[in-house]
Design a binder for this molecule. Structure first.
Ligand code: PAF
Length: 302
């Protein structure tokens, strides 16, 4: 497995691979890899001839009071996981090279980036889309995979690929969960034993909310039920909770309140319409997100 640490090395290698007619696949990550990343790699392996992982904790997507400095890092562990998954190459550039002191070019992600996580983390998706576009460019990947757990990120990356006519496929990997339902996240290491138990309320609330929506309940009814589950859980401080249309990410019901951008969007969902229930909450000092995608009025087969 190759390990490249500069953008120039990556561009030269990607050029060679392309000249050899290889189809490059990429899983962009911030490292501290877990089973969720491994499942993205397994999904991508059959669809490319050269499978790459990027490891880069991107400063541009962290706010000034966020956890950039203490974000977990473990290069040896990440390389071992990549080797075990049959990865061909890893790109791990330095922040100094990626962001020159006078770096100034950014992707503007549009209004959907200002909702949900974007409302709590101004500039976050600008940082995400800008680095993702550059990673696509450096690696010349023709297929890239992202986890469904970061639903808004996935949606915005797909929209960027469409709007900027990027010649690549964006694949989605299902959220990988612990046996008790907690969505895997590199940030789970911050949770104490008690907080980890409280964190389970997120998936419990979403699961119940999805059941209600699948049974045809109104978004407001499902939202109210989920909100009660979350506020009743000690140690969980709700940031947002929304039932949205997956095609547009417009909110159909939400807390805190239906924001201005969603005014008038109160039409009931159509039978079979794909929805997404999105939440973010602080559990102790850790901000966790989770989401699920029910189809309205369409119970899942058991
Ligand atoms: O999902 C992540 O780990 C990051 O947001 C990404 C896509 C690697 C961009 O830094």
């Amino acid at each position: 497995m190759e390990l490249l640490t500069t953008i120039h090395q990556m561009q030269a290698r990607a050029g060679e691979l392309e000249r050899q007619g290889r189809r490059i696949g990429l899983v962009p990550t911030m490292g501290y890899l877990h089973a969720g990343h491994a499942s993205l790699l397994r999904q991508l392996r059959p669809d490319c001839d050269s499978l790459w992982v990027s490891l880069f904790v991107n400063p541009a997507q962290f706010g000034p009071r966020e956890d950039l400095a203490r974000y977990p890092r473990d290069l040896e562990h990440d390389l071992a996981l990549c080797r075990a998954e049959g990865v061909d190459g890893v790109l791990a550039p330095t922040p100094e090279e990626v962001y020159l002191p006078d770096y100034a070019a950014w992707v503007t992600p549009g209004p959907v980036a200002e909702r949900y996580c974007g409302a709590a983390r101004p500039g976050h998706f600008r940082g995400v889309l800008s680095i993702v576009l550059r990673l696509f460019h450096w690696t010349r990947c023709r297929v890239a995979a992202f986890g469904a757990k970061d639903a808004q990120q996935l949606w915005l990356i797909r929209r960027m690929a469409r709007d900027l006519d990027l010649e690549l496929e964006i694949r989605e990997g299902a959220t990988v969960r612990e046996p008790d339902g907690l969505a895997l996240s590199s940030r789970n290491v911050y949770l104490s034993a008690a907080e980890r138990v409280s964190a389970l309320a997120l998936q419990r609330a979403l699961h119940e909310g999805c059941r209600l929506l699948e049974a045809g309940a109104a978004p407001d009814t499902a939202l109210d039920f989920m909100r009660r589950v979350l506020v009743a859980e000690p140690g969980v401080e709700l940031d947002y909770l929304h039932v949205a249309d997956w095609a547009t990410l417009d909110s159909l019901a939400g807390t805190p309140g239906r924001p201005e951008w969603a005014a008038g969007l109160v039409a009931p969902p159509a039978p079979g319409q794909e929805l997404v229930v999105l939440t973010a909450a602080r559990v102790g000092a850790t901000r966790l997100i989770d989401n699920m995608r029910p189809r309205w009025g369409e119970p899942r087969p058991v």
